[in-house]
Design a binder for this molecule. Structure first.
Ligand code: ADP
Length: 426
């Protein structure tokens, strides 16, 4: 049963860094944003915010499991009062021919009886743009960008309509940049034409903020919208008119005492540069999935190394590797096992570090961040100041202790991110 709460907009993110990304961009509006790790076990209570984001770890799950998780998140959000749902996935459209972007969108659309589903992954502020259905990363086509070598979702095509088509039933249409730049009438005409043809799934271009604004003007009342965080950030001005954008709750950050640990499981080109930059500054340990697969020795060695680091060293443990090394590990172990070995080891390390007084965690990689956050056993995060576009500091409480988490999607931030994150917290 639907409750009377402050909640209007409910977001479901397919990974944890995506959840902190969208929460952070929505919070720029000044509207209160709640961020929950996994579908809350507790029933809806009065602490529900005007916007709630549920972080799932379902990007690389089997389709049925991802759909089931998203449905259950949608049920909770709708019961909590959400009038509209937003399905948030990566601005590089991370998915395979099976899913999970399309199947989840379709399941949510069915649950909401939504006639149309718009897909807009573009995030111009972070260099993700879509032009006539082709997705670019900093001006390079997606399939020629470093995303072509992603360990779990290698992107081998840049055409969003072609990427989405095998993931959904029915045709996929395009609201292209020419229509968007043609003004309200052109946008309505394009959407009406697609509707007449019975096309439910509509990919939308955007190469600048103004395109996202134009798109939002046309579709903000749809029961379901999907895409990256930048498109979502256009919704509060419609859903919560009169909100003061100068009011920023994110500035009120708690002081978190205790050690700092950097954990990196992302193999993206940007993360590798960040790892390299941070490595030159001090304590770093490289994790190799092949060594981990040989037995418990490597894990023990690693924990001994970590325990021997000075308290203020802010050490880094990273599995981030070049595409060649990732491929070798995957050939020996299989992609899934290689990924799981790295994720579970980094998660164990985080839990061990927490026991030993580490309270600030900087984590690179969406899947990695999911594994680490789950291991730390936190269920709610508060969004703090942004370190880079789409990467805020977030805060949680566990056993009465404050924990600070910076969860960074592989591609975000610049070379100095790991050091910058620490400066922002000071
Ligand atoms: P991103 O945000 O860049 O997509 P993720 O953490 O989501 O990063 O995904 C990276 C995946 O690659 C994780 O499953 C991680 O465990 C795996 N991985 C990390 N290092 C290696 C490695 N050296 N060999 C094989 N897989 C790796």
């Amino acid at each position: 049963m639907k409750r009377e709460t402050a909640l209007r907009l409910g977001c479901i993110a397919d990974d944890f860094t995506g959840a902190t990304d969208i929460a952070s961009l929505l919070a720029r509006s000044g509207v209160a944003v709640g961020l929950r790790i996994g579908v809350p076990e507790a029933s809806v209570d009065d602490s529900v915010a005007e916007i709630e984001v549920i972080a799932l770890k379902c990007r690389n799950e089997p389709v049925e499991r991802a759909v089931a998780q998203a449905r259950s998140a949608a049920d909770w959000l709708r019961e909590a009062g959400a009038e509209q749902l937003y399905w948030k996935y990566c601005s590089t459209f991370d998915s395979t021919a099976e899913g999970n972007i399309g199947p989840v969108a379709e399941a949510l659309a069915d649950a909401l009886a939504a006639r149309r589903v718009v897909y807009c992954p573009a995030f111009p502020e972070n260099g993700r743009t879509s032009y006539f259905g082709n997705l670019f990363v900093n001006g390079v086509r997606l399939d020629e960008s470093p995303m072509k070598d992603h360990p779990l979702t290698p992107m081998r095509d840049a055409d969003l309509t072609r990427l989405l088509a095998p993931q959904v039933s029915g045709g996929v249409g395009l609201l292209d940049i020419a229509a968007l730049r043609g003004g309200k009438a052109a946008v309505s005409a394009c959407l009406a034409k697609l509707d007449e043809r019975g096309i439910r799934h509509v990919v939308a271009d955007a190469i600048a903020e103004e395109d996202l604004r134009e798109l939002a003007e046309a579709v903000w009342q749809d029961a379901l919208l999907t895409g990256g965080s930048a498109f979502a950030a256009e919704l509060p001005r419609h859903r919560f008119p009169g909100q003061r954008e100068d009011h920023d709750e994110r500035e009120q950050m708690p002081t978190v005492a205790g050690g700092t640990l950097v954990l990196s499981g992302s193999c993206s080109a940007m993360t590798r540069r960040q790892v390299e930059t941070y490595r030159q500054r001090g304590s770093a340990y490289r994790l190799d999935p092949l060594a981990l697969a040989e037995g418990d020795g490597e894990r023990r060695k690693l924990l001994e190394w970590l325990d021997a680091q000075p308290r203020d060293a802010a050490p880094m443990i990273y599995a981030s590797a070049e595409p060649g090394a990732v491929k070798r590990a995957q050939q020996h172990l299989g992609a899934e096992r290689a990924g799981q070995l790295v994720e579970s080891t980094l998660a164990d390390i985080a839990a061990h570090a927490f026991e030993n007084g580490v309270r600030r965690f900087i984590v690179a990689g969406g899947e990695t961040a999911g594994a680490v956050t789950q291991a730390l056993g936190v269920s709610r995060l508060r969004v703090g100041r942004e370190i880079a576009a789409g990467v805020p500091w977030t805060f949680a409480r566990r056993d009465g202790v404050d924990i600070a988490l910076a969860l960074k999607s592989g591609n975000f931030g610049d070379e100095a991110f790991f050091s910058k994150a620490q400066e922002v917290l000071r």
